[in-house]
Design a protein around this ligand. Structure first.
Ligand SMILES: Nc1ncnc2c1ncn2[C@@H]1O[C@H](COP(=O)(O)OP(=O)(O)OP(=O)(O)O)[C@@H](O)[C@H]1O
Length: 267
């Protein structure tokens, strides 16, 4: 099936993530202004736009770290607009941040383990009444964390403190921390920012692999080569609204899109 045919068959499916009429203001400034978007199951889409367009704010609304002034968000057909970020994560919505902030004195492995969800050991009474079960769960988590570190090529650094990681390696650790929550939908905020070209290829490959396992991905990215390589569909935001959406080729040829980016350069 061609990419266009895949796109058409996907758009017929019910979205795994759907935002309708999102709005958010900060001190009277409308940063997100009636933004709607939908992500189909298994899709990888890009969210692009000039600096300050409101892309990260949309991610914060989708992931729950900000409450919208208006609009709603559905995850796997359930309204999650009122849910806290942890609840959305437990329901399958994971996100990474533009600037990863690992616990710098903890090891890389410990950083991944801090992101494990719902361990019985976090509940005091489980430690008292079911110590064997807690120990078994912990062993399973460590094993899973090591597998994920292998997947993101960080095995060699698993026992090093996270402060030793380069910018690109921090992005990989960030990816590992979200993967351990086993998300169905991933929001990736500028996965290529500050990453050297050698690691960029690795990050792209890992993102493609994750998507191949069926995880739906929405990614914010300024690196258009990467967007073209990864995304079947691109949503362009400007001034808090969706300007246009289409395939990467359609977007690259769209004069309005070129205009908003040139406007930004001239400003
Ligand atoms: N918590 C906040 N308080 C006040 N203003 C904010 C807040 N968060 C974002 N903004 C403002 O909202 C606007 C949109 O920011 P946002 O980070 O969503 O844009 P963006 O499209 O992700 O930009 P970039 O590509 O530069 O990351 C900017 O003018 C920003 O300064």
């Amino acid at each position: 099936m061609s990419a266009a045919e895949q796109q058409t068959s996907r758009s017929a499916e019910r979205p795994v993530l759907e935002a309708t009429g999102l709005a958010k203001s900060f001190g009277g400034m409308r940063v997100v202004d009636g933004m709607s978007l939908a992500l189909a199951p298994g899709e990888m889409a890009g969210l692009i736009g000039p600096n300050g367009a409101g892309k990260t704010t949309v991610f914060n609304l989708l992931a729950g770290s900000l409450k919208p002034d208006a609009g709603s968000i559905r995850l796997k057909e359930r309204d999650v607009t009122a849910d806290a970020p942890q609840r959305r994560l437990a329901s399958g919505l994971g996100r990474t941040f533009q600037i990863p902030r690992p616990f710098s004195e903890m090891t890389v492995l410990e950083n991944v383990l801090t992101a494990v969800q719902h361990q019985s050991g976090e509940r005091v009474l489980s430690n008292v009444f079911r110590p064997f079960r807690v120990a078994k769960e912990e062993r399973a988590s460590v094993e899973r964390a090591r597998e994920i570190l292998e997947f993101v090529s960080l095995t060699r650094l698993a026992d090093e403190p996270a402060r030793k990681l380069s910018g690109g390696q921090r992005k990989l650790l960030e990816l590992a921390r979200v993967l351990i929550a086993d998300p169905a939908v991933l929001l990736l905020d500028e996965p290529a920012a500050g990453v050297n070209p050698a690691l960029l290829d690795l990050i792209c490959d890992r993102i493609i692999e994750i998507n191949r396992t069926g995880v739906s991905i929405l990614l914010i990215e300024h690196n258009m080569e990467m967007v073209e390589r990864l995304c079947g569909r691109v949503v362009v935001m400007a001034a808090g609204q969706m300007l246009v959406e289409g395939t990467p080729a359609e977007i690259a040829a769209n004069e309005e899109v070129v205009g908003v980016y040139l406007g930004e350069v001239e400003a």
